[in-house]
Design a protein around this ligand. Structure first.
Ligand SMILES: [Zn+2]
Ligand SMILES: [Zn+2]
Length: 333
């Protein structure tokens, strides 16, 4: 076992599945056989050059697999693990004040170092979180997006009985629906896709609507918390307008680098609407893994299709299929 297949971003606009050496775990690293890796909007942003990238890296930052070489670490071989892709340096000014997601030297597996769209992947053992043996292997690929959603929902801090509006019916939006419902909120999902509205209802949304107008008809005074998960300029701009006076907005959606959105500061000030942004997954990966392992977050309906590694490059280069929530790559399937 010396060579393997990996889907690499050669540079923006050029992604291919190529033969590369199987990585050897370095100090403190483990090697896993990848079971499942999710294609995320960020992978498409990377391909299009809308998100900073490093040439010649294997993409895939949402993945899990089985430890086949524990290197010099004490993780047992055969353990199923999910990878927290963000490796903070621990010594920069941001890390030292606890803001690890703002680390000035963060190394992200699947962006800055080779990731999970490959048969095998090596990464730091400190970034591995164990998953149960009995778990459906496909579910492990959802720990990373759930961890990011948990961070955003922690910032939003929905309280029981609050009205929480989730905009966008992708993985992040459908996880946000579930977390808001678990927090005791009255939850509305706003997405144009009828299929995603249905998924929202099935996973805990009390209301699922397709337009701003329909949202206002149900909640004329607005939401206590609006969570933007679509990553679209129009819905980011709309979010404060759908928050009640004294309400909060959290933007989780990723817009292309450089895209602009305009706000009316007078309106936000006069109504004291709090506007927050949520980045990455600081200290939330283990919580996400636990919630997926114990079934408190429903994942299975979010798997739209599974594909082979050979199909990954094309799937990343093209937009998601209509109504698609998540395509999962099975590098060894
Ligand atoms: Zn992602
Ligand atoms: Zn740091």
């Amino acid at each position: 076992m010396t060579a393997m297949r990996a889907t690499r971003l050669i540079k923006a606009g050029d992604i291919r599945t190529v033969e590369v050496p199987v990585p050897t775990p370095g100090p403190g690293e483990i090697l896993i056989r990848v079971e499942a890796a999710g294609i995320c909007g960020t992978d498409r942003h990377l391909f299009k050059g809308e998100f900073p990238s490093v040439p010649n890296k294997t993409l895939g930052h949402e993945f899990s697999g089985i430890v086949i070489d524990s290197g010099d670490t004490d993780i047992a071989e055969g353990t199923r693990v999910t990878c927290d892709p963000n490796t903070w340096c621990g010594t920069c000014a941001q890390c030292l004040r606890g803001r690890v997601n703002l680390c000035e030297k963060n190394v992200a597996t699947g962006i800055h170092r080779d990731g999970g769209f490959a048969e095998f992947c090596a990464f730091p053992a400190t970034k591995a979180v164990a998953l149960p043996e009995r778990l459906d292997p496909l579910l492990g690929a959802f720990c990373e997006p759930l961890a990011c959603t948990l961070h955003g929902m922690d910032i939003g801090a929905a309280m029981p009985g609050e009205r929480v509006l989730i905009i966008g019916g992708g993985v992040i939006g459908l996880f946000a629906v579930q977390i808001a419902a678990l927090a005791g909120g009255e939850v509305m999902l706003l997405t144009r896709s009828a299929g995603k509205q249905q998924l929202g209802r099935e996973t805990g949304a009390h209301h699922a609507v397709g337009s701003e107008k329909a949202c206002r008809e149900i909640w004329p005074d607005g939401a206590d918390l609006v969570v933007e998960c679509a990553g679209v300029a129009d819905t980011v701009a709309l979010s404060p307008h759908l928050a009640r006076s004294g309400g909060r907005v959290v933007v989780l959606g990723v817009l292309p680098d450089g895209e602009q959105v305009s706000f009316e500061p007078f309106d936000l000030l006069f109504r004291e609407v709090q506007l927050h942004f949520s980045f990455l997954n600081p200290f939330t990966h283990a919580r996400a893994a636990r919630m997926i392992a114990d079934g408190s977050i429903v994942v299975a309906p979010l798997i739209s299709r599974t594909i082979k590694l050979e199909e990954a490059a094309q799937a990343i280069a093209e937009p998601p299929l209509p109504g698609e929530v998540r395509a999962i790559v099975l590098p060894n399937g």
